[in-house]
Design a binder for this molecule. Structure first.
Ligand code: AMP
Length: 116
C-alpha cells in the first residue's frame, strides 16, 4: 500500500481543512500556501493514485468530476476563468503524491507558477 500523504489525512479527517466543495468522489479545500488570489486544491477521495496520469488511466470519470468541481469553484470565487495545474513527479515540483489539481484564479500574473 502507498504511504499515507497529507491529503490522505485530509480525506480521513485526521487533518481538518475548510471544505470548499465535496462530492461522493471529490474534495476541495484552500491551498495552505496560496500562490494566487484564489488557490484551491481539488483531490479525489481515493488514495489509490499518486498522479493525474494514473488517475486518467484508471478512473477518467473521477478526473472529469475534479475538473467540473474546479470550474464551479472558479466561477464561485473568481471570474470563472482559471488555470489548472497537475504537478506530476518530483522533478516537476510535485511534493504530495496523492493526485491533486491546483486551481488558480483571480488576477493571475503571466508567470505565476506553483512552487515558484
Ligand atoms: P504539489 O507541489 O503539486 O505536490 O502541491 C502540494 C500543495 O499542497 C502545495 O501547494 C501545498 O501548499 C499544499 N498543501 C500541503 N499541505 C496542505 C494542507 N494541510 N492543506 C492545504 N494545502 C496543503
Amino acid at each position: 500500500m502507498a504511504e499515507e500523504t497529507v491529503f490522505g489525512k485530509i480525506v480521513s479527517g485526521e487533518i481538518p481543512v475548510k471544505i470548499l466543495a465535496e462530492t461522493d468522489r471529490v474534495l476541495a479545500f484552500p491551498d495552505i500556501a496560496p500562490q494566487a488570489p484564489v488557490h484551491i486544491i481539488v483531490i479525489p477521495k481515493t488514495t489509490a493514485y499518486a498522479n493525474v496520469t494514473e488517475l486518467a488511466a484508471a478512473e477518467p470519470e473521477t478526473l472529469a468530476e475534479m475538473i467540473t468541481v474546479a470550474q464551479q469553484l472558479a466561477t464561485e470565487h473568481a471570474s470563472g476563468e482559471y488555470r489548472l495545474i497537475f504537478n506530476t513527479g518530483a522533478g516537476a515540483g510535485q511534493t504530495v503524491f496523492h493526485v491533486h489539481a491546483h486551481v488558480l484564479a483571480g488576477n493571475l500574473e503571466e508567470r505565476t507558477l506553483v512552487g515558484a
